[in-house]
Ligand binder design. Sequence first.
Ligand SMILES: CC(C)(COP(=O)(O)OP(=O)(O)OC[C@H]1O[C@@H](n2cnc3c(N)ncnc32)[C@H](O)[C@@H]1OP(=O)(O)O)[C@@H](O)C(=O)NCCC(=O)NCCS
Length: 177
Amino acid sequence: MCAIEVSPVISTERLVLRGPVRSDAADIGRLANDFNVAGMTCDLPHPYDAGEAEAFCERAMAQDWRREARFAIEHRSFGVVGVLGLTTGANGRPQLGYWLGRPFWNRGYATEAVRGALKWVKRDWRRNLVEAGHFADNPASGQVLCKAGFLYTGDVALKDSRARGAKVPTRMMVWLA
Ligand SMILES: CC(C)(COP(=O)(O)OP(=O)(O)OC[C@H]1O[C@@H](n2cnc3c(N)ncnc32)[C@H](O)[C@@H]1OP(=O)(O)O)[C@@H](O)C(=O)NCCC(=O)NCCS
């Protein structure tokens, strides 16, 4: 039996995390087309054009929720503010990534989204370990992960940043349910 058959929805105090749909592409494309956002992620290219956002939404709509869970982060008043994704890494373990559009930084949204996602991971996705990493020059993300309960493993990996076109030292972290 398939454990997760429909697109899950995670509700927090101010946010709803739900499967991306085609009509999210305009917001996602506008917010992600910012080097300050893309340059702190591994996967986002810069510039990030409308076609990239549409392709992201199409892929997310077809995702197998048992293996990957990409959510649009929607604020109850402001609409889509970012994206959070759980994917399966080459090592078979869940990997967490996220970004928020710059107008929405420093209001606690990322911490709220990650905490909500981790509750879902434990209760519904039934995983008890999640890995994450943040670029060494991105302490805000480290703070988000620490507040959500991640611990530093002590490993520093060199990870590709598509937007920077370079490998960036990345501080690895782990969360255990
Ligand atoms: C990193 C990011 C997700 C944080 O989102 P956010 O909603 O602003 O995060 P929160 O408000 O929940 O928490 C941010 C924390 O970082 C702290 N912070 C912000 N800038 C900081 C800095 N330069 N140095 C240290 N801490 C910093 C804030 O004070 C806050 O901590 P506090 O609540 O203990 O005061 C957002 O900046 C972002 O999307 N950046 C670009 C993409 C990215 O970095 N993605 C993550 C890749 S690992």
